[in-house]
Structures are given as structure tokens and as C-alpha cells.
Design a protein around this ligand. Structure first.
Ligand SMILES: [Mg+2]
Length: 213
């Protein structure tokens, strides 16, 4: 049996929700709290995100940022308002349906926290397609997908790396790293900038490759 693993952000779901959360709604709340113009609050928040950097586990954690900005009490309302903005790429569900129909087992491997993944997986019933969901930050306490984590995931899936397919939009962490441990990894290049044996430009093309069409 083939196991097919997907990155989540910018692979299955686009950046609509994250852009609205980090670069619009959180700065808006911070502006209101501090009595600042929006542009000033936006610059402050973005400088704080950059200073922490995506190498830090805090960077991925909404609870950390709401704490830093003094906005913890706003969380439930914020998430409820933004939830409808989670948006899947049009090729996501058709790709999953094709792979399921062919008997593949589907999984997600993401850097997002479990809390974030939980409501992204509610969009259009996305979560119902996946038997296994792995969060690097919540489950492995690391911020990037590394070789050991991919091997650990193969173990938890009871699969050899050669039985696992993976696709995602990060050249190193979704393609080079999993391929280095023998996983059939593909780089998803939606902008069509790269060519190569293991580059796909949309998820239908990825499904073709998995199914050997
Ligand atoms: Mg991604």
C-alpha cells in the first residue's frame, strides 16, 4: 500500500487565513489596544515576528504572540472571525479523491501547531481524508521537517520510506530532506519556476506521478 503525505500550508491550503491573521487582524487589535495608527502597529508586529524568526518554535504559536502583544483575551473571537478565511487550493480535494479511490492512505506532515491544523482541517471537510496528521512543532518540538522526523513518521505509519510519497512547497524541507531518507518526495512549484524529474506544478500532476499515469 502507498502512503501519501502532504504539507499543509501553501500546499493544500493557501495563505489567505495566515495573511489576515498575522498581518491584518493581530496588528489591528494591537493598534486598538495601544491607541496607535494601524500602520505603526503593523510595523511593530512584523518587526517582532522577524526578530523571533521562523527558527524559533514560538514563531508558530498564536498563544505566544497574543501573550507578547497583550491580546490573550481576544483569541476566541479572533479565531471565530477568521475561520471562514481558510481556503483550499482548487486542486486539493480532487487530488485527495483520486488517491483515495486508488486505495492510498493519506497523511499530513506540517510545521503548523496542532491547534492551527485543527481548524484548517475543518475547511471543506479536509480532515476527513487523513488518517494521520503530524505536527513538527507540536509532536516533534522542532521547527523544520528533518530526516529523523521523516523516519519517525514512516515508523509510526508502519511503512518503509520507499512506500511513502510526500509533496510540499518547500524545496529543502518537503523535497530534499525526505528524499535523503528514501521517501518519494516531490517539490510543488505552483509558480512554475523550476523544472526537474521530481518537480510538480500542481497537485493533479502529483497524483499522476503517485499513480504512475
Ligand atoms: Mg508549506
Amino acid at each position: 500500500m502507498k502512503v501519501v503525505s502532504f504539507d499543509l500550508d501553501d500546499t493544500l491550503a493557501d495563505k489567505n487565513f495566515d495573511d489576515a491573521l498575522w498581518h491584518r487582524e493581530i496588528p489591528k487589535l494591537y493598534a486598538a489596544k495601544r491607541g496607535l495608527p494601524f500602520e505603526e502597529a503593523l510595523a511593530f508586529c512584523e518587526a517582532a515576528y522577524d526578530a523571533e524568526s521562523d527558527k524559533s518554535i514560538h514563531w508558530y504559536d498564536i498563544n505566544y504572540w497574543l501573550g507578547e502583544f497583550g491580546l490573550v483575551g481576544e483569541k476566541q473571537k479572533l479565531i471565530a472571525e477568521l475561520r471562514p478565511l481558510v481556503r483550499l487550493f482548487p486542486d486539493a480535494l480532487p487530488c485527495l479523491a483520486r488517491l483515495e479511490a486508488a486505495g492510498c492512505r493519506l497523511a499530513i506532515v506540517s510545521n503548523a501547531t496542532r491547534e492551527f491544523m485543527a481548524f484548517k482541517l475543518e475547511a471543506d471537510g479536509l480532515g476527513s481524508h487523513f488518517g494521520d496528521v503530524f505536527s513538527m512543532t507540536s509532536d516533534f518540538k522542532i521547527v523544520k521537517k528533518d530526516a529523523a522526523a521523516f523516519l519517525g513518521i514512516c515508523g509510526r505509519l508502519n511503512a518503509q520510506p520507499s512506500q511513502v510519497w510526500h509533496v510540499g512547497d518547500h524545496y529543502k524541507f518537503d523535497y530534499e530532506v525526505p528524499r535523503s531518507v528514501g521517501i518519494n518526495a516531490f517539490y510543488l512549484d505552483r509558480k512554475k519556476e523550476k523544472k526537474g524529474e521530481f518537480v510538480v506544478h500542481d497537485l493533479n500532476e502529483f497524483a499522476d506521478r503517485v499513480l504512475g499515469c
